[in-house]
Design a protein around this ligand. Structure first.
Ligand code: URA
Length: 234
């Protein structure tokens, strides 16, 4: 059981004081009856709570996709840098979302968040080998030899050995890179090890999830079907 005003505020209906006014105005029903007492305890799992006639979900699992812009670090807090948490719209704040994996500050594109700790840990486990596709602009032009070296498993400049990866040259200074692991600055280091430093990097997809036309800086909730596919790829 939790307070009605907290439940509403956590779902982005407004601040606690705005929510109180909403409830007073008769905009909220609990099991079909207008409820004007915002301090009332409710059980969202069993009661139907509606705002302006629209049902609000119980605190179910939330999985959100962000098209990350450059300039934000993947962290829940940071003393100096702007974090990806600042990009979440109000309805996703206070929902205990955490990033799944990470993108570098300069990297853009697909970044997932969830409030389901179990799902989070299963998905970031190093045992997982979900293919992630990156679009890179870089110096130089990838050759057949580079493609083969990626396929064979690169050894980075510090001796780190990478799993087999796919390099698809798209044209001069542009490639798609598919990796199944997430070592620190992996794509940038792989490309640098072949003499092609990356100047721009964007994650396009992760397993079956595709960034598609989600605008930069925007978020969207995954569909039930997408979440089911995410679980299948565990
Ligand atoms: N590889 C990188 O180098 N950076 C990222 O952000 C992701 C993969």
């Amino acid at each position: 059981m939790e307070r009605l005003d907290k439940f509403l505020a956590d779902r982005g209906a407004g601040t606690r004081s705005q929510v109180k006014l909403l409830v007073k105005s008769g905009a909220v029903t609990v099991d079909g009856k207008v409820e004007r007492n915002s301090g009332r305890k409710v059980d969202p799992a069993t009661q139907r709570i509606c705002l302006h006639g629209e049902p609000l979900a119980a605190d179910s699992r939330l999985v959100v996709m962000l098209n990350k812009p450059a300039g934000f670090v993947t962290a829940t807090e940071d003393k100096e840098e702007k974090t990806v948490m600042e990009l979440l719209p109000p309805e996703y704040r206070n929902r205990d979302l955490k990033p799944i994996g990470r993108l570098d500050k300069a990297t853009e594109g697909l970044l997932l968040f969830t409030n389901d700790g179990d799902l989070l840990h299963r998905l970031i486990s190093p045992k997982k080998e979900v293919p992630k596709v990156y679009y890179a602009r870089h110096e130089g032009t990838a050759t057949g030899e580079d493609v083969q070296a990626f396929a064979d498993g690169l050894t980075l400049r510090d001796g780190t050995v990478c799993l087999s990866a796919r390099l698809e040259p798209l044209g001069p200074g542009e490639s798609l890179i598919t990796v199944c692991e997430g070592k620190y600055h992996q794509v940038r280091r792989m490309m640098a090890s072949r003499g092609m430093p990356v100047t721009y990097l964007e994650r396009k997809s992760e397993g079956s999830l595709i960034l598609g036309d989600l605008p930069r800086g925007e978020t969207r909730q995954l569909t039930e079907e997408e979440v089911a596919r995410l679980e299948m790829q565990e």
